[in-house]
Design a protein around this ligand. Structure first.
Ligand code: S3P
Length: 447
């Protein structure tokens, strides 16, 4: 008989964390590498692809639409593309699992192809808003039948030729921006996205790298991205840098565990992604860049991190998009800092893989932290290094959210009795090998 697991494993750091580690490839760049390679004519090669469930969902969907995608014995991936306009009708529903990026970007791709596809996903993805992509892609001529509230499951019927549009983003979202640009690849003429608040720019960099005619201007203040459609993409050799959003977890762990010193190698430091490290430094965190270089057209460095006494800060709301996925672990760092940390402008965190403001507020409160949940952010009274405590040993519900699961794993290192997470399986969506990486730095698990 199977034993019921009532005591999930708890991570502890019995000694300072030490060592050199590499985190898996960048999730955003990995999705885009596969998609653009699938639209190029010829064979692309991708090194360092994130082999997480989210990216594998993108690969499976692209295969279902005609691209050939294989992993070689050396760990590099090869993709034989079908050419812009060449995607085929998938025979079955496309299962997006937990992945919002796969869903929103692939909806963009399909919107300007003459095919129909059904998108399904897990319970978390099926509550996330898709209207933000349905609206602009409908203007381009695609037809959608979504579940009530504009969620998955949904069906899209693409239009070819699609109508090029000029669209001002109502939410700061790289996924929405990218969906429109990808749809624009196969629309005649120029498609424009007007971006009042800059978001991660991997799509722009990579589309240019693949040979698309893409221009960025600032004529009216906001960033305007223009792409010429009916593009011909040339296959590329891509090297994916390490994901700063994954690096965030060992970095915060090393800051919090007294006496630690680690190096996280090969971390992507694109300025539209790297604000967490700036904020942690502003809090007093000792994070040094070593060997700054370029990998795959992106700035990269090794990060040397030493345990530090942190001080609370006000996080400027305008930088939120440059660290949008890092707030859960920033909240953990803030909870151990001296003084108050105030965050604002974070409404988007409520529609990620979970409601991250609610889950982090609730979970930290169970760990003895004084935290105020506001509509658009958290206010956290730091414990000035005093370990997290609770009456019972808390088991945190991750609610199918990888970053909640990983954040409370890091919090466990700074706790008196350990903090358990009910379900660590979502971690495989973005960070396969997370637990082993922590163990290689000296962490241990106890039942
Ligand atoms: C992503 C953009 C972000 C981020 C997500 C990945 C991307 O979402 O949260 O994990 O690859 O474009 P939004 O653009 O919706 O904020």
């Amino acid at each position: 008989m199977l034993e019921m697991r009532t005591n999930p494993p708890v991570f502890k750091a019995p000694r300072p964390l030490a060592g050199r580690v590499r985190v898996p490839g960048d999730k955003s760049i990995s999705h885009r590498s596969l998609m653009l390679a699938a639209l190029a004519v010829g064979t692309s090669r991708i090194e360092g692809l994130l082999e997480g469930e989210d990216v594998l969902a993108t690969a499976a969907a692209l295969r279902a639409m005609g691209a050939s995608i294989e992993r070689g014995g050396d760990g590099a991936w090869t993709v034989n593309g079908v050419g812009v306009g060449g995607l085929l009708q998938p025979a079955t529903a496309l299962d997006m699992g937990n992945s919002g990026t796969s869903t929103r970007l692939l909806l963009g791709l399909i919107a300007s192809h003459p095919i129909t596809a059904t998108f399904i996903g897990d319970a978390s993805l099926s509550r996330r808003p898709m209207k933000r992509v349905i609206d602009p892609l409908s203007l381009m001529g695609a037809d959608f039948t979504a579940s009530p509230g504009g969620t998955l499951p949904l069906m899209v019927r693409g239009l070819c030729p699609a109508v090029p549009i000029a669209y001002r983003l109502p939410v700061a979202s790289a996924q929405v921006k990218s969906a429109i640009l990808l749809a624009g690849l196969n629309a005649p003429g120029i498609t424009r996205v007007i971006e009042p608040v800059p978001t991660r720019d991997h799509s722009e960099r990579m589309l240019k790298g693949f040979g698309a005619d893409l221009e960025i201007s600032y004529e009216e203040g906001p960033r305007i991205i223009s792409i010429r459609g009916e593009a011909e993409l040339r296959p590329q050799q891509i090297v994916v840098p390490g994901d700063p959003s994954s690096a965030a977890f060992p970095v915060v762990a090393a800051l919090l565990v007294p006496g630690s010193e680690i190096v996280v190698e090969n971390v992507g430091l694109n300025p539209t992604r790297a604000a967490l490290f700036d904020m942690l430094r502003a809090m007093g965190g000792s994070i040094f860049e070593e060997k700054r270089r370029e990998v795959g057209g992106e700035p990269v460095a090794d990060l040397r991190v030493k345990a530090s006494n942190l001080t609370g800060i006000e996080v400027p709301p305008e930088i939120a998009p440059s660290m949008i996925d890092e707030f859960p672990v920033l909240f953990v760092a803030a909870a151990m800092a001296k003084g108050r940390t105030v965050t604002r402008g974070l409404e988007e965190l409520r529609v990620k893989e979970s409601d991250r403001l609610a889950l982090m507020a609730r979970g930290l409160a169970r760990c003895g932290v004084i935290v105020e949940e506001r509509a658009d952010g958290l206010v956290i009274e730091g414990r000035d290094g005093a370990p997290f405590v609770s009456n019972d040993r808390p088991i945190i519900a991750a609610d199918l959210d990888h970053r909640i699961a990983m954040s409370f794993t890091i919090a466990s290192f700074a706790s008196r009795d350990g903090i358990a997470v009910d379900d660590m399986s979502p971690v495989d969506t973005s960070f396969p090998g997370f637990a082993d990486l922590l163990r290689s730095l000296g962490a241990e698990t106890a039942a």
